[in-house]
Design a binder for this molecule. Structure first.
Ligand SMILES: [Zn+2]
Length: 355
């Protein structure tokens, strides 16, 4: 096969990954995680702040960036985190991160999330950078109220159900600065798979019914992003119950989406929008020159043992994907070819927001 048989796409962007470094590098590190990104066609990833020691101070963020600098083979940016007790840190890090990630799914056990508390965090974060929320079920409605009150750009991560998507669609319709993302696991797996997968199907938000999934597909035109939510754990941790939620996704996202192209459910421009233009717009991230991937559109069977992620398992094991990445070029230099990462550790660029 020559390069001319392959399809050329711009380098993809995944705005939602957990590379586990520092703190849990037995699960993944910046080297293995960005290798997995390249193998999956992502030339840019943005890393979440919920490390073992959460990235809620400038000191912790600086240490993380330092660790990334020597290891990354894909371009890598970062988010900041908050539990509401670090508002004075926001101004110190705002030129280093692409947004603020908030975990709001804390309502189990009857605890009611306080809207005024959320609004306080919202008002402290710079207006020119998005706030990304993990908000499940009715918590999405609460977030939309705070967006309405503050006008702050907000991205709702991994929308998994009608109850989560409907308030986002309503907010969009009324002109609020809201975007939404879905994951490949919610697009391609259901609660039936969850039973089959056992602990390996454990993820937050959980896998939903086929009818909830159909609702996501029906409204895909109004969804801005496909995000992998790459959240690796070792098989052993999954089996012994010490790591209940999360699954790797960087290397299976594009192959599964290409399967949907094969099946007539998507077209290539949809992939370019959902994994390219969509996330770039949210992050204010310009295109890199001469940065592209070459993709072979051909069926293959997904196997966790062949993945670059340290996790070495996938919830899509045995499924028939519709294509895979053959070559990745970043700023004119080949970074991945013939199944091998050729980029040297540290050759990826540390990304900073433009404003
Ligand atoms: Zn996540």
């Amino acid at each position: 096969m020559t390069d001319s048989d392959l399809i050329k796409l711009r380098g993809l962007v995944d705005l939602h990954v957990h590379l586990r470094d520092p703190g849990q590098t037995h699960k993944e590190n910046f080297f293995t995680g960005t290798r997995a990104a390249l193998a999956g066609g992502f030339t840019t990833v943005i890393d979440m702040p919920n490390n073992a020691r959460p990235i809620t101070t400038k000191v912790a963020l600086d240490q993380k960036i330092k660790s990334a600098e020597r290891q990354i083979v894909a371009d890598t940016g970062f988010y900041f985190g908050s539990l509401g007790d670090n508002l004075e840190e926001f101004v110190k890090v705002s030129d280093q991160v692409f947004g603020l990630k908030l975990y709001l799914n804390v309502t189990t056990g009857g605890y009611l999330l306080d809207k005024s508390y959320l609004e306080k965090i919202y008002r402290a974060w710079p207006m020119n950078k998005p706030i990304l929320v993990h908000a499940e079920a009715d918590v999405v409605g609460l977030v939309m109220q705070v967006v309405e009150a503050t006008g702050h750009p907000t991205h709702v991560c991994h929308i998994s159900s009608r109850a989560e998507l409907e308030p986002v669609l309503l907010a969009k319709k009324s002109g609020l600065p809201v975007t939404g993302g879905v994951t490949p696991h919610h697009l391609f797996l259901t609660d039936t798979d969850s039973q089959r997968l056992g602990v390996f199907g454990g993820v937050k938000p959980s896998l939903k019914s086929a009818s909830e999934q159909a609702f996501l597909w029906e409204h895909l035109d109004d969804i801005d992003v496909v995000e992998s939510d790459h959240a690796p754990h070792t098989s052993q941790e999954k089996e012994d119950g010490s790591a209940p939620y999360g699954m790797p996704g960087l290397e299976t996202t594009l192959p599964m989406l290409l399967g949907a192209v094969r099946d007539g459910r998507l077209e290539l421009p949809d992939i370019e929008r959902l994994c390219g233009a969509g996330p770039r717009k949210i992050l204010g991230l310009p295109e890199e020159d001469d940065t592209y991937i070459l993709v072979e559109q051909a069926d293959f069977t997904i196997s966790g043992s062949k993945l670059m992620t340290k996790a070495k398992w996938t919830p899509f094991e045995g499924m028939t994907a519709g294509g895979r990445v053959r070559k990745v070029v970043i700023r004119g230099t080949t970074a991945f070819e013939n199944g091998e990462v050729v980029a040297k550790p540290g050759s990826g660029r540390l990304l900073r927001p433009v404003t």
